[in-house]
Design a protein around this ligand. Structure first.
Ligand code: FUB
Length: 330
């Protein structure tokens, strides 16, 4: 075929795709993956009021990880960046490695849990901290002047916390790296932990193959406990899950939800789940590494649909480059 005709045909295709993805007002109706530019990992997706929020780790060498940006969206497609919602100026004990946010709204405030300093020994200052703000865009300020959990219990590195609210209003924190997961019970002020009824404070709930990145979701009365497996710098990083009748487990591994796809990306993991406004409308927010890239920190934040099967199990996620359709919250 004449090369001018081929060129004309390609231009027409591009125009049609662009027009298809926009409304009459010119607004995009589908996202792309990544959903926003930059190296961001461990995304915590959450809905506050009429906005979706994503709080990710700034994915860079540890010594540069001294702040976190956040992103908000009315529809999962158009994202606004909120720079440095949490930053070293507001955490006196932060030295490096500010990791893996978990953010909740409670008591008329916003609580931002984070990992800091990547500690290896209890003689080091670091671990899981908590900062508080009046608004989801911060500025978040450290609430304690020290870590909330600064020691190594049951072999779990104090990182990668997720805070879950059960139907009775009780909050629990699941956390842990190095292949061990603990759960603790939160005090009503949400900046303390309190003993369980049996007098213990830390319960190990580690499932088979667990490495880090715990997440809990309650759906149709069941507790879906999820976590990341593998090495976060490698291609095999992935997400698996268990289904339990109680927040305490036992968490028997069912299978993988998310893993690399040699046509799309690798290193897919450390996720969270957002519920959209529709019935059974679920999104998985996660990071992955573009094909051909090997820098461990080259992690980008993506969103794809997640579906439950009729029997309550979760369908393996199909990662996409094209992303998802807009889903406005109002
Ligand atoms: O982003 C730093 C660390 O990488 C997180 O804490 C881990 O879960 C892994 O994603």
């Amino acid at each position: 075929m004449n090369s001018k005709i081929v060129f004309f045909f390609m231009i027409m295709c591009c125009c049609s795709v662009t027009l298809f993805a926009q409304t009459n007002t010119g607004k995009k109706q589908t996202s792309t993956n990544p959903v926003f530019d930059g190296w961001y990992a461990d995304p915590e997706g959450v809905v506050f009021g009429d906005k979706y929020w994503i709080y990710p780790t700034y994915s860079a060498p540890f010594e540069q990880q001294l702040y976190m940006d956040a992103f908000s969206s009315p529809d999962l497609v158009h994202w606004r960046k909120h720079p440095k919602v949490l930053s070293v100026e507001n955490i006196s004990w932060l030295r490096n490695a500010l990791w893996a946010p978990a953010v909740i709204e409670a008591n008329g405030k916003y609580y931002f849990y984070f990992g800091a300093n990547n500690i290896y020994h209890e003689s080091e200052v670091g671990g899981i901290g908590v900062a508080v703000a009046d608004r989801p865009e911060g500025p978040f300020k450290d609430a304690l002047g020290k870590p909330l959990i600064g020691k190594i219990v049951n072999g779990a590195q104090p990182i990668d916390q997720f805070v879950f609210k059960d139907d009775d209003g009780q909050y629990y924190m699941y956390y842990g790296g190095w292949g061990h997961c603990n759960m603790v019970k939160m005090g009503s002020d949400l900046i303390s932990i309190v003993p369980f009824e049996d007098g213990t404070t830390y319960k190990e709930v580690t499932p088979e193959n667990y490495i880090e990145g715990p997440f809990m979701l309650k759906h149709n009365g069941k507790y879906y406990f999820m976590w990341s497996e593998g090495d976060w710098t490698g291609p095999d990083y992935c997400v698996a899950y268990a289904i339990a009748d109680s927040p305490f487990g036992p968490f028997k591994r069912v299978g993988k939800i998310l893993e690399q796809d040699t046509k799309i990306a690798n290193g897919a993991g450390h996720h969270s789940i957002i519920k959209g406004p529709g019935k059974d409308e679920w999104y998985i927010v996660y990071h992955r590494r573009p094909l051909g890239e090997t820098d461990g920190n080259y992690r980008i934040t993506c969103i794809d649909r997640m579906y439950f099967n009729k029997n309550g199990t979760i369908k393996p996620v199909k990662m996409t480059s094209g992303g998802i359709k807009a889903s406005p919250l109002r």
